[in-house]
Write a protein that binds this ligand. Structure first.
Ligand code: COA
Length: 138
C-alpha cells in the first residue's frame, strides 16, 4: 500500500535513480530537495516516486519536480503525491513542463491544471519551449 511522507537524506540515492530514469523530470542536484517541500511515495521500504515544491507567496506555490519509477506509473502514485502536497493549501499552483512531454501535460490536465502560457527557449539540454500550467487549489 502506498504511503506519502516527507523525503529524507537517506532517500536521495533512490530519488536520484528515479530522476535519472525519468526523461521528462528536471535534472537537479537531489541534495537540494531537502531544503524544499520534498515528499516521497513509499510502499514499505521501496520509494516509488517523489515530488518537490516550494511556496513562493502565501497564496502561491510551484511544483519544481515530480517523477515516478517507470514500473510504478499509472497506478495513481503521482496523483497521491500532488494531493498530499496541496492538502490544506489554498491558492495558485504553477509549474513548467517541456512542450514535448505530453504524458506529464495529460497528467496535470487530468487534475484540473490549465495551460497558462509558453516560455520559448526556457529549457536547455536539449533546448525547448516550456508550457506554464496553473491550477487553483481550494
Ligand atoms: C508524469 C508522471 C509523474 C505521472 O505519474 P503516474 O504516477 O504514472 O500518474 P498517475 O498514475 O497518478 O496518473 C493520474 C492520471 O494522469 C493521467 N496520465 C498519467 N499517465 C498518463 C499517460 N501515460 N497517458 C495519458 N494520461 C496519463 C491519467 O488521467 C491518469 O489517470 P488514470 O490512470 O486513472 O487514467 C510520470 O509519468 C513520470 O514520472 N513521468 C516522467 C517524469 C516527468 O515527466 N515529470 C513531470 C515533470 S513536469
Amino acid at each position: 500500500m502506498t504511503a506519502i511522507r516527507r523525503g529524507r537524506a537517506e532517500d536521495l540515492e533512490v530519488v536520484a535513480a528515479i530522476q535519472q530514469a525519468s526523461l521528462g523530470a528536471a535534472r537537479w542536484n537531489v541534495a537540494d530537495y531537502l531544503e524544499q517541500s520534498f515528499l516521497v511515495a513509499v510502499d514499505g521500504d521501496r520509494i516509488l516516486g517523489f515530488l518537490v515544491a516550494r511556496t513562493v507567496a502565501a497564496d502561491e506555490c510551484e511544483i519544481l519536480n515530480l517523477a515516478v519509477a517507470p514500473d510504478f506509473r499509472r497506478k495513481g502514485v503521482a496523483r497521491g503525491l500532488l494531493d498530499s502536497a496541496l492538502q490544506g493549501f489554498r491558492g495558485g499552483v504553477f509549474l513548467e513542463v517541456r512542450e514535448s512531454n505530453g504524458i506529464a501535460q495529460e497528467f496535470y490536465k487530468s487534475l484540473g491544471f490549465k495551460e497558462l502560457s509558453k516560455r520559448k527557449g526556457y529549457y536547455d539540454s536539449p533546448p525547448e519551449t516550456a508550457i506554464v500550467m496553473k491550477f487553483y487549489s481550494c
